[in-house]
Ligand binder design. Structure first.
Ligand SMILES: Cc1cc2nc3c(=O)[nH]c(=O)nc-3n(C[C@H](O)[C@H](O)[C@H](O)COP(=O)(O)O)c2cc1C
Length: 214
């Protein structure tokens, strides 16, 4: 009930109030949302660049037209959700080692089984389906959904932004050298009084058009 109200209440903020900022505690909650987002085989093929400074936001804004740049400059915090350029063995081993530290394996056999299973899917997407990049980016978009819904629960306004030049953003954030590519941006903060979208009714296709119950 409460959740239905929240999903109808959340909306894409088109103008942010530059004088209102998120607290350190709110930022910490948002980081936890991203960290704990689910991903296929727990592959976590992502990296998040979080800009809480004017300089950081301005750097990200360089990759967008003014229409989106103003949102990025005036938001409190901006997250660039990045996708790994490769799902290599080093990353798979890093995930496996973390799962071990977190106590997920009763014995060496369980650990090996997990690695074999995850590698099977990684290799299938790399060498057979040849869509590893697309597969990884799907996981990043799950993190996007988690962040948008979570922000609304925290009463934080947000604007997801795909309207940017990835070549410029990869370059200004040095993402390519680090093995990542920018997938989507989210501006977070509080809406300005001038935000026209705040007062427009939400619009979605009706349920009978989008559901088939069998
Ligand atoms: C992946 C994604 C990319 C988007 N990119 C932009 C964008 O570049 N600029 C913008 O103003 N809105 C952007 N939007 C907002 C959508 O237009 C908006 O989510 C949609 O119209 C539904 O409205 P609502 O979010 O207010 O419910 C984007 C949304 C998503 C999910």
């Amino acid at each position: 009930m409460e959740l239905s109200r929240l999903v109808k209440q959340r909306y894409t903020t088109k103008a942010f109030d530059p004088d209102r900022t998120l607290s350190a505690e709110q930022v910490s909650e948002l980081k936890t949302l991203l960290q704990f987002s689910p991903s296929s085989t727990n592959s976590q093929p992502w990296h998040f660049v979080l800009a809480g400074s004017e300089e950081g936001r301005a750097r990200i804004a360089q990759s967008t037209q003014e229409y989106n740049a103003a949102k990025i400059r005036n938001a409190s915090h901006v997250v660039v959700l990045c996708t790994r350029a490769t799902l290599d063995e080093a990353h798979l081993q890093a995930v496996l080692a973390q799962e071990e530290r977190d106590g997920r394996f009763a014995n060496a056999e369980a650990k090996q089984g997990q690695h074999t299973g995850r590698s099977f899917y990684a290799n299938m997407h790399r060498f057979e389906m040849k869509d590893a990049q697309h597969w990884m980016e799907k996981q990043v978009y799950l993190a996007l959904g988690t962040l948008l819904l979570g922000a609304s629960v925290l009463n934080i306004d947000a604007c997801p932004i795909e309207g940017f030049d990835p070549t410029i953003l990869n370059q200004v954030l040095g993402l390519r050298e680090k093995g990542y590519t920018a997938s989507v941006i989210v501006a977070l903060g509080y809406h300005a009084e001038s935000d026209f979208n705040k007062h427009l009714p939400k619009s979605r296709l009706p349920q009978d058009a989008i559901f088939t119950e069998i």
